[in-house]
Write a protein that binds this ligand. Structure first.
Ligand code: A2P
Length: 316
């Protein structure tokens, strides 16, 4: 299994299990089965509404002696309603308690968007705090507090563009270790990846299979489908594997981490086996040439009239 190395020598398994959209009632078993299959990296977040069930799956695997806590890489994320410095550690404590662990391997700022305390998703511009009120550097101070207290081994961000990364890099004492963003052949994020590579920031690809199980309100008409794309299908046929496996292998070849979500035991096994697939250079080139620039998770939830988060600048 490929790993991504951190400055202190820690190794993050490049292939992890995603848990966004995994329903409570399904996710405990999925996490337990994934660990049995060999997954050692679990990606979580409190806004997914399932961290306590994820924690049950982890606990079961540990109790049965399949793994120890130290064998696992557990990532979670700070929700947008806890961006004030003093709110970071209490939010983290809730996640630790739900996951039934006493530290995280990695903690990320989920979005560069601040919401008022208690807001899950905003319904009006009133639900936001502006970045003048709570600058991202203030939130990063809170992340650094968590790091210094040993509650998290590494800190990073998610959904950050180059400008936002620079804001943190220019001010921080502890640099962001990773940026987790949507990344797949329709959105290869080449510029961001080059920037992160040149600043020793790892990247994790979310929605690597196109997140077809997103809520309908997040979908647009005539979306392209990654899992049924003819180019991906033809490469899959050559290797006698599935299109999902080609997409995962492509992400791993680029040196990123990748977190396909599944709650199905056979597909979890299939996704794990993708780490054995070696794509040829001409196949990688063919996939890279697709470059549609299609975003499945476009941040529309933050684009409410009257707030200070302009959609047009969000990803640039
Ligand atoms: P399921 O959980 O039933 O397996 P993403 O990781 O991009 O968010 O995509 C998740 C979606 O892809 C879910 O609908 C998930 O369904 C599906 N999925 C996960 N693994 C595979 C696979 N190997 N083949 C086909 N679909 C998959």
């Amino acid at each position: 299994m490929k790993t991504l190395a951190y400055k202190n020598g820690d190794q993050m398994p490049a292939l992890g299990l995603g848990t966004w959209k995994s329903k409570p009632g399904e996710v405990e078993k999925a996490v337990y089965e994934a660990i049995k299959i060999g997954f050692r990296h679990i990606d979580c977040a409190p806004i997914y509404g399932n961290e306590s069930e994820v924690g049950e799956g982890i606990k079961k695997a540990i109790n049965e002696g399949i793994v120890s806590r130290e064998d696992l890489w557990i990532t979670s994320k700070l929700w947008n309603d806890s961006h004030r410095r003093e709110d970071v550690i209490p939010a983290l404590q809730n996640t630790l308690s739900d996951l039934q662990v006493d530290y995280l391997d990695l903690y990320l700022i989920h979005w560069p968007v601040a919401l008022k305390k208690g807001v899950g998703f905003p319904e009006s511009s009133e639900d936001f705090l502006s970045l003048d009120e709570v600058p991202i550097t203030e939130t990063w101070e809170g992340m650094q507090d968590a790091y210094r207290q040993g509650l998290v081994k590494h800190i990073g961000v998610s959904n950050f563009n180059i400008n936002k990364l620079n804001e943190i890099i220019n001010e921080c004492k502890v640099a962001p270790a990773i940026n987790q963003v949507e990344m797949h052949p329709f959105l290869p994020q080449n510029e961001l990846l080059n920037f992160c590579n040149s600043h020793d920031i790892h990247m994790t690809a979310y929605s690597p299979l196109g997140s077809g199980d997103r809520p309908e309100k997040m979908k647009k008409d005539n979306e392209p489908t990654l899992l049924e794309h003819e180019v991906i299908e033809s490469i899959a046929n050559t290797h006698g594997c599935s299109t999902a496996q080609v997409l995962i292998a492509w992400a791993l070849e680029r040196g990123t981490a990748v977190i396909p979500k599944s709650v199905n035991k056979e597909r979890i096994q299939q996704n794990f086996n993708a780490s054995e697939i070696k794509l040829k250079q001409d196949e990688i080139d063919t996939i890279n040439a697709l470059d549609y620039e299609y975003r499945f998770v476009d941040g529309e939830a933050w684009d409410l009239a009257g707030n200070s988060y302009e959609a047009s600048k969000f990803w640039d």
